[in-house]
Each structure stands twice: as C-alpha cells, then as structure tokens.
Design a protein around this ligand. Structure first.
Ligand code: HEM
Length: 382
C-alpha cells in the first residue's frame, strides 16, 4: 500500500504539473463525427461524445501549454523514445478459427515494420531508471488493405497498420465518463487529483490505482525485455480481442542501480541490436466470455482460462547498427501512430478507444503542423 501511494503521488504530481488556472474548455472544436456504428454492446451516445469533445480540448490545451515557446512540439503522451527500429512481422493464422481470420489475420505473410519504443511520462526529460509506463508502437508497412481512417476519408493511401501498445494488459481508465472525471481532476490539479486517487482506492470496483501503479512502477533494463499489450479491445470477427507482443529475449538486461545515464534504455536497445536480433511472439486473446468481459470497461481483466491467447505470428526485431537507429531519430519524432490505423475488421472497440479516435488524429496534426511536418508523418523508412 505504501508503495502504491508513493507511485500514485508521483503520477498525480506529474499530471498536476499541467494545471492552467486560465484554461477554458468552452471552445469545443476540431472534433470529428467519424465514429463507427456501435456493435457488440458498445455504448456511444451524445453523453460519451460530449465527454470525448471536452477531453480532446483538454489535451489540446495541455499540449499548447507544455510546448510554450519551444521549437519542437512533442507528443503529449509517450514523448520520449528510445529508438525506432526495423522489424519484420510474420502472420501465421493457422491456430485461429476461420471466422477470426479477418483483417491482418486473413493472410499468412510477412510485413516490414518500424517499432517505436517509448516511456509514457509526459515529461520527456525524465530519467529512464525511474518508474514509468513503457510503450511499444509498431507501424506495419505496405499492407494490402485500407484502414478505418482511410475508409472514413481522414487519410488516403497510407498502406500502414499501427499497433499502439503498453506494458499493461488493462487500461487504468474504465470508460469515457471516468476519463472525463480524471481529466477534470488533472486540469484542476492539487486537491482534485488527490480526491480522484483516493476515491479510486476506496471503491473496490475501480481498479485505477492498482492498474496504474503496476504499469507505472515498471523498471526495465532494455525495452526489448518486457511484454506489451493492446490493453483495450479490438474487433475480431463477431467478437472482440486483446493483443499482446510477448518478448522472446531470454536474457534480461540488469536494471542499473546507480550511475545510469538518463537515456540508458536507448543505449541498451542500440547496443543489443548492433550485435543481435530480438523478437516478440504475437498473440491474440479472442473474447470468449462477452458477459464478463464487458468491452465498455477498459479496466476489466480478461481471464486467460475462459479466453485463452492464440499465437498468430512473430515480430523479429532485426540486427541493425547503432548508426542506422540514430539516423532514424528525426523520423521517429515526426511519425504518428494511431490505433485506428487498422482495417475496420480489426478496429478498436469501446468508449476509451473511441475517445482515442477523437484525440490521436487531431493531436498528431497539431504537433506535426507546429513542427512543419505533413500529416501523417513518415511512412517510409531507411
Ligand atoms: C483515451 C485513452 C487515451 C488517450 C486519450 C491517449 C492519448 C495519446 C496521445 C494524444 C498520444 C500522442 C499522439 C501523437 O501525437 O501522435 C498518445 C500516444 C501514445 N499512446 Fe495513448 N492514449 C490513450 C490510451 C492509450 C492506450 C490504451 C495505450 C496502450 C495500450 C496507449 C499508448 C500510447 C503509446 C505507446 C503512444 C506513443 C505512440 C508513438 O510511439 O508514437 N494510449 N496517446
């Protein structure tokens, strides 16, 4: 409990740093209406849409404020990358039922990919040895299908499919209403954040603190050493799924106790891949218990007994020189990742993901406009 409270306090303080007393959220704009029709028990009414609009505007205000007069506008979440590395994603659908062989799982083939490893904290200067959420986003290149963002006309002819994962199998926010309350507490700062955190501790159905502290307290010796999850559900045939990249690197790098450079994770990643390749097994977890695994509750842990994982491929992170990774740093900063850059057959599901549809495109456009990069950023890599 003491540990939980410490982590919670660090997290709340880092979020509260953005408090702007003059902030106004009356100017609702930028928000798209391109939400897909609800299915499989999804809920998306005017209430959720309104919450999404407010959240989107809060994200915009936070990013404007944190950028100030800087030359570079960074991502508001996961701004610090350890590197963008080349990988091959091999799909093998042989263990999947035929009705689940949809979207990327419909064909067995190999795709060139780029993987961006990141820390979650909004502060890009935070030292790697400190506790943090860890992210892994995979851009699968030259896919032979259209993504949801292309279907609704937001993007054209990208031919990429993004997976945006983190080191937790559940998300710490339950649904749009919960997210709205959380963001309000973030913008009010101080006591409101404390009240939000303590309120979650005393409510047994709210897993905010336990999920957050578990994800946030993760220390790693190398970004290649840990497993990454979709956390939120995605569509798979007539059901939903969660996904996971499970590391197959046998030897785990030591976590340095002292004298670690602030960016030691980039160094570990670069020096490991300079001499070795690495890999992740790709798993999907079809939802086989729709009653318990309510897709509108992103905090819900899906039992692996009732809904087992199936291996659907392998992501091989190629051996590559340190110099080639360094040469990709600029495109790593400039690219955008978006969970809705997926075929409609594997589209994100549930209210938390629908908020992401309202937020990611606009935040990426705002960031890239500011930095003089054409949306959606690089989709070809050397
Ligand atoms: C409503 C929920 C969420 C919101 C509002 C949100 C918001 C954002 C935003 C605004 C960005 C920066 C996008 C850009 O500028 O290109 C971002 C990046 C990211 N988010 Fe989320 N996020 C949410 C949920 C999640 C979840 C569930 C995961 C993982 C399972 C996740 C993992 C990441 C990662 C890894 C990145 C960095 C992507 C990259 O490497 O470029 N986020 N998020």
């Amino acid at each position: 409990m003491k540990n939980q409270l410490t982590i919670l306090t660090i997290f709340l303080v880092s979020c509260s740093g953005y408090h702007d007393p003059n902030r106004t959220i009356s100017s609702v704009n930028y928000v798209s209406e391109e939400q897909p029709p609800v299915e499989q028990g999804e809920v998306w009414t005017d209430r959720e849409m309104k919450a999404a609009k407010l959240i989107r505007n809060q994200f915009r205000d936070i990013l404007e404020e944190s950028t100030g007069n800087s030359e570079l506008m960074r991502r508001d979440a996961h701004p610090k990358h350890h590197g963008c590395v080349k990988a091959n994603l091999e799909i093998d659908n042989s263990r999947l039922k035929s009705e689940y062989r949809t979207g990327i799982f419909s064909e067995n083939r190999e795709y060139k990919s780029i993987v961006r490893f990141s820390n979650g904290d909004p502060n890009h200067r935070k030292a790697d040895k400190k506790s943090d959420v860890r992210g892994m986003a995979v851009k699968v290149l030259d896919v032979p299908y259209k993504t949801y963002l292309e279907e609704v006309g937001i993007e054209k002819n990208n031919s990429v499919h993004d997976f945006v994962f983190m080191n937790s199998s559940e998300f710490f926010i339950k649904d749009p209403k919960h997210y709205g309350t959380f963001m309000d507490a973030v913008s009010e700062g101080g006591f409101s954040m404390l009240k939000f955190g303590l309120g979650s501790i005393v409510n047994p159905s709210d897993k905010f603190v336990s999920i957050l502290t578990k994800a946030f307290s993760m220390k790693v010796g190398n970004p290649l050493d840990i497993d990454y999850h979709s956390a939120t559900p995605y569509k798979l045939g007539d059901t939903s799924m969660k996904m996971m990249f499970k590391t197959c690197k046998a030897y785990k790098s030591k976590i340095p106790r002292k004298n670690a450079s602030n960016n030691f994770l980039a160094n570990k990643l670069r020096s490991y891949l300079d001499k070795n390749e690495s890999c992740f097994e790709f798993f999907v977890q079809p939802n086989q218990d729709k009653r318990r695994n309510n897709i509108e509750n992103a905090q819900r842990k899906w039992s692996t007994k009732r809904s087992p994982y199936y291996k659907v491929g392998r992501l091989t992170v190629l051996k590559q020189s340190k110099e080639s990774i360094d040469a990709r740093n600029e495109s790593c900063e400039n690219l955008s990742m978006n969970p809705w850059r997926a075929p409609t057959a594997n589209r994100p599901m549930g209210g938390v993901n629908r908020i992401r549809l309202e937020v990611y495109v606009k935040q990426a456009k705002m960031r890239q406009d500011y930095n003089g990069i054409e949306y959606p950023g690089p989709t070809k890599f050397d």
